[in-house]
Design a protein around this ligand. Structure first.
Ligand code: SF4
Length: 403
């Protein structure tokens, strides 16, 4: 597999070491945030309470909101400021139209691909340092994120943070933004040192592989920066911490696997489609989805195969608001956080687990490379632990025919 790795690979040293590394890294970032961002986060929380904006979330979730605002400002402010505002509005409108009318998707994708290439294709994504971020630039970045269609849930979070900043004196808001971008820059440097070995191919891909996506709708999705992979890795950790209590109290669990984990292609895979998700029928003993499904049966845990779709949230409503089901979401870093935020917005206790690498045929590889997930993390997430009979049983189910 390693010769086919496209951007990131959690099996860098050994898959279980990634999980040790990310846990240590998230502890450090939490500690640093206490020193550098606590005043801002505390003011932000006061604003949310005073304005009754939402049921209060955890520190980890607000840290993620603030850090992601800083990272997107750092990465996209020059591009956002120099691109056409009216094209961004059109792109955003087309994305909304595509969501409402699925049958228009293929036509709208062609138009969006053209507009994205014209608006951003020639921009230098590596030249994004901003000395003096301000609230006006944050607004412009928000418009860019909306236009891209790739940050649906993040936009909602950052919009609320923008509203908070708008409620402050201009000088205070700008000062906060300078601190936040400063923190994002430190985060970028630290994450390259500590997580860089897992994302070592991202920059190479951004130099060469991305060219094939110019004029396509997924140009911005596939062109995500290395720091965004690290942000998602941290985000998954922070969310798991934040959701842990409610998730562990749920009576039943469900596992959502991306369709790119299937061993066989569309047409050969015998999974049954039920309105949105698919259910594996076990047509291949060596398919990882089948193995996970067999093992999950020990806990009466259902496994669903999920196609990549912007309508995922509609389907998630199955489990929304107090249904007592904990949902394990498995996805690549570019999709995982959006899914985690969607689950949270529907009050579904969740656990986020990253795919070991990306490989779906929609974006990364013409034929598709079957992806995989860390078995120990998945085992733990549904209440089967590293010791005892159940684990051994799961392990043998999972590993069967692995060779
Ligand atoms: S085992 Fe399941 S997921 Fe895998 S190819 Fe067969 S039906 Fe599809």
């Amino acid at each position: 597999m390693s010769e086919k790795i496209i951007t990131y690979n959690l099996n860098g040293k050994s898959n279980s070491i990634y999980y040790e590394d990310i846990r240590k890294f998230s502890e450090k970032i939490l500690k640093d945030s206490g020193r550098d961002l606590s005043v801002i986060i505390s003011d932000y929380v006061k604003y949310i309470v005073t304005k009754n904006r939402e049921e209060l979330r955890t520190y980890e979730e607000y840290l993620y909101d603030v850090l992601s605002a800083g990272v997107y400002l750092k990465v996209y402010s020059n591009i956002a400021s120099s691109s056409s505002r009216s094209t961004d509005f059109i792109l955003s409108g087309l994305f909304g139209l595509r969501k409402k009318n699925r049958f228009l998707k293929k036509y709208i994708d062609v138009i969006r691909g053209l507009l994205i290439a014209l608006n951003y294709g020639k921009k230098n994504f590596n030249n994004n340092y901003i000395d003096k971020p301000d609230i006006r630039i944050l607004k412009r970045v928000l418009l860019f994120l909306k236009a891209s269609g790739e940050y649906r849930e993040e936009v909602i979070r950052i919009q609320m943070f923008y509203d908070f900043l708008s409620s402050l004196e201009n000088s205070t808001a700008d000062n906060y933004l300078v601190n936040i971008v400063g923190f994002a820059i430190k985060f970028e440097n630290k994450s390259e040192n500590e997580l860089g070995e897992y994302t070592s191919k991202v920059n190479e891909y951004l130099e060469t592989g991305i060219k094939k996506h110019l004029w396509k709708e997924d140009f911005l999705f596939c062109g995500r920066r290395r720091v965004e992979y690290h942000l998602s890795m941290l985000g998954a950790e922070l969310m798991n911490k934040a959701f842990d209590e409610s998730y562990s109290q749920t009576r039943t669990k469900a596992i959502l696997l991306p369709a790119c984990m299937r061993e066989k292609k569309d047409g050969e895979c015998k999974a049954i489609k039920n309105d949105f998700a698919m259910t594996c029928t076990g047509c291949s003993l060596s398919c990882k989805v089948n193995k996970i499904q067999n093992a999950a049966n020990i806990r009466d845990t259902k496994v669903y195969l999920i196609p990549h779709s912007s309508n995922f949230k509609e389907w998630l409503k199955l489990w929304a608001y107090g249904r007592n089901v904990g949902v394990v979401g498995v996805a690549c870093p570019l999709n995982l956080i959006i899914g985690g935020l969607e689950l949270k917005s529907l009050d579904i206790p969740a656990k986020c687990i990253l795919l070991d690498y990306c490989g779906c045929k929609n974006h990364w590889d013409k034929k598709g490379i079957p992806t995989s997930v860390n078995e120990s993390e998945l085992i733990k997430s549904i209440g089967l632990y590293d010791e005892g009979k159940e684990y051994v049983h799961f392990k043998s189910e999972f590993s069967a025919n692995q060779k």
